[in-house]
Design a protein around this ligand. Structure first.
Ligand code: GUN
Ligand code: FE
Length: 434
């Protein structure tokens, strides 16, 4: 296909500011050009340089007052919880029993799953999220519905069927054998089909028997490039419960460790109450944490120690954790991440936040050679941002003096209204209609 060029200001992440410093952590071209061909980035840089080396007659779309950046990466979200976001009043365990399980029951019906998957993917696109790591429900049909929809849109998604064989209503339980067989069937059907990838998904330690966790480990041993996703140390009551259910293990993380569930493709949501030894073990095994600020605040779970994880060399991504999270917007997620770090007397720099929401997320999901920034050769998932999306943003931006300030204002005031367009694999899949 003919290459297409997009001209606007361009900003993307090149590295973790904590590792390479603020300057080297990003590239910014006030007047930049991005060239896309066959779904991939062909060229990027200052407009004069790119245009000089590209053939004449290039098809150029010019955006005024817009900022192009790479798509956001949400490392933890539940698609079946889309229609129960903002459920009142409870912390984790009661929230699961009173709201979540009854909602997830509906996904026994594939048609219901198909409808919610479309709504969910629409919502991701309108918020500029181009890749996510996604929970289904216990029902195999929920994951078929999800991947059918995400594959049709050519979005790079990781998802899996929840495995849970105890401590939930009967209508939501599988068995060790059926959970294993259904997961295997889904891996065979969807893993690496187009841009789709599979994650073995034990919900969390309390809802799986030892037998089921062992079979989850067996799946990971059988398929060396599938992912694992679960929840870890989110809530004090949850942690006590895990200790009472698995008294022979040293603690919460050790339960997963015992069954072979740690590793560089294993993503643990929350981890807000890790013990020192557990944090060290996460680092040793190159396991990943998904930091879910809006969820951690909404359920009153706790304040994640980001610098602590960083010091251990643990890879961290950002997650919305919808429907315990209260927004699909990664901008709003950054907003609350910033405030959580403030309460911990730590400053979350906007360039670090950009890294976490893009390249850091890609590294967390072992997708750094495919997405996460707009380096030449990567898959062209990118956003056209409107820094003047609201009257307040416009007024505030006019009073911002440099990129750093503009980016911070975007992160504090921005949400879906700031996403003017979302491109997937070089194609515009969402356009704000005003
Ligand atoms: N722990 C186990 N299941 C869930 C869930 O659905 N959401 C959250 N936030 N935590 C969990
Ligand atoms: Fe979750």
């Amino acid at each position: 296909t003919q290459p297409k060029a997009y001209r606007a200001a361009i900003l993307h992440s090149l590295g973790d500011p904590a590792q390479v410093g603020l300057e080297a952590s990003h590239a910014y071209y006030p007047d930049g050009v991005l060239v896309v061909a066959d779904g991939r980035v062909r060229d990027i840089g200052p407009a004069d340089e790119v245009l000089a080396r590209q053939p004449a007659g290039l098809d150029i779309t010019r955006f005024e007052n817009r900022l192009i950046t790479s798509g956001f990466i949400d490392t933890h979200i539940h698609f079946p919880q889309t229609e129960m976001i903002a459920s009142y009043g409870e912390q984790l365990l009661d929230w699961l029993n009173n709201y979540t399980f009854p909602e997830e029951r509906k996904f026994v019906d594939q048609a219901h799953g198909a409808r919610v998957a479309e709504l969910f993917l629409d919502e991701l696109l309108r918020n500029g999220t181009t890749t996510a790591m996604v929970f289904g429900t216990v029902h195999k049909a929920s994951v078929d519905a999800f991947f059918t929809a995400s594959h049709a849109r050519n979005m790079r998604m990781i998802a899996g069927k929840v495995m849970m064989d105890r401590h939930a209503p009967d209508y939501l339980l599988d068995t060790p054998e059926s959970g294993y067989a259904d997961s295997k069937e889904l891996i065979e059907r969807w893993h690496k089909k187009g841009r789709q990838l599979y994650a073995v998904t034990p919900r969390f330690a309390p809802t799986s028997t030892a037998e089921q966790l062992a079979l989850a480990g067996k799946l990971l041993a059988e398929y060396d490039d599938v992912y694992m996703q679960t929840h870890l140390s989110e809530n004090q009551q949850e942690i006590e419960w895990v200790k009472s259910l698995f008294p022979e293990q040293k603690g919460y993380l050790d339960v997963y460790d015992h069954f072979g569930l740690l590793g560089d493709r294993s993503v643990f949501a929350h981890a807000v109450h890790l013990e020192q030894e557990e944090a060290a073990r996460m680092g040793e095994t190159d396991s990943v944490i998904s930091f879910c600020p809006t969820s951690n605040l909404f359920l009153g779970s706790g304040l994640f120690d980001l610098p602590g994880a960083e010091q251990r060399g643990i890879r961290v991504g950002l997650g919305t954790d919808v429907g315990a999270g209260t927004s699909f917007s990664m901008l709003q997620t950054i907003n609350e991440a910033y405030k959580i770090q403030q309460l911990r007397r730590h400053k979350l720099h906007p360039l670090k936040a950009l890294y976490l929401a893009t390249l850091g997320g890609a590294r967390s999901l072992r997708l750094e050679d495919k997405v996460g920034n707009l380096a030449v050769g990567k898959e062209a998932d990118f956003l056209v941002l409107d820094l003047h999306a609201t009257p307040l943003m416009q007024a505030r931006m006019n009073n911002a003096h440099n990129l750093f300030e503009q980016l911070f204002v975007l992160m504090m005031l921005g949400d879906d209204r700031a996403i003017a367009q979302t491109y997937i694999y070089g194609e515009c899949r969402y356009r704000r209609d005003h």
